[in-house]
Design a binder for this molecule. Sequence first.
Ligand code: RIB
Length: 294
Amino acid sequence: MIVCFGSINLDLVFPLPALPLPGQTVLGKAMHTEPGGKGANQAVAAARDGGQVLFAGAVGQDALADQALALLKDAGVDLSRVARTDTSTGCASICVDPQGGNHIAVASGANLLAVQSQVEDALLGPSTTVLLQAETDLAETATLIRRAKARGARVVLNLAPAAKLADDALRAVDVLVVNEDEGRWLGDSLGTGGDAAALHAALGMAVVRTLGGDGLEVATGHGVRTLPVHKVEVVDTTAAGDCFTGVLAAALDRGLDLNAAIRRATVAAALCCAKAGSQGSLPWAAATGTALAA
Ligand code: RIB
């Protein structure tokens, strides 16, 4: 099973003619809301891809909470370890331009109150894949990684957004997923390069560095490989990285090898880019399977 410890947000999505520059106001036609948060997006992506997913995180007791949880519930994610706190539910403002690019600002709120003890030891073992990002408290994330490793679980970390995680916890990760910015940031903080090869050499685990429209590179003990994107007409890239990581975790969890899991995740992420929105645009297993076979 997959245990996802992460963030839950309600996304306020603003389609705009152009992304605002600092100090600029840009008018768009209409805003819509959608469940989001990197943790929740990854959990939904994994569940829609057929994974059995349990989510540990936190929301508030406000009107945003139920909306933010709706698609997790719909995808069959176990929400019994989601805490209801007195702090407001996480909320993100997402500006999207006509080319599918975005700017995201997040008010973390209740996400920072999620604690690793919401995941009991019995859930962590050799048949568990623990899936994490960096939108919740980093000390809690580091402790959960240590506990998961000590109990033999597989740990998949998407270091998004880029953030300083305790060194021993970072090195205990089995599969690290970063984008170009996160890779560069991590490389700088380690005093090394930011590409997959350099990060793998410095840290030891399998490293996947996604490169947007240029595909991705993966570095393991067997060397470095690059993979092109699965071509689609891009509408909105929001949550594409979450989709990739969630589907990767689900595929690894059900026994696919890393190369096959990456191929599947690449196709799923492309399908996500072909639809507007964040969590709502995450593909179900059948659609990914069909695109993969085409
Ligand atoms: O990766 C996209 C996500 O980042 C959005 O859903 C938003 O909530 C932020 O967490």
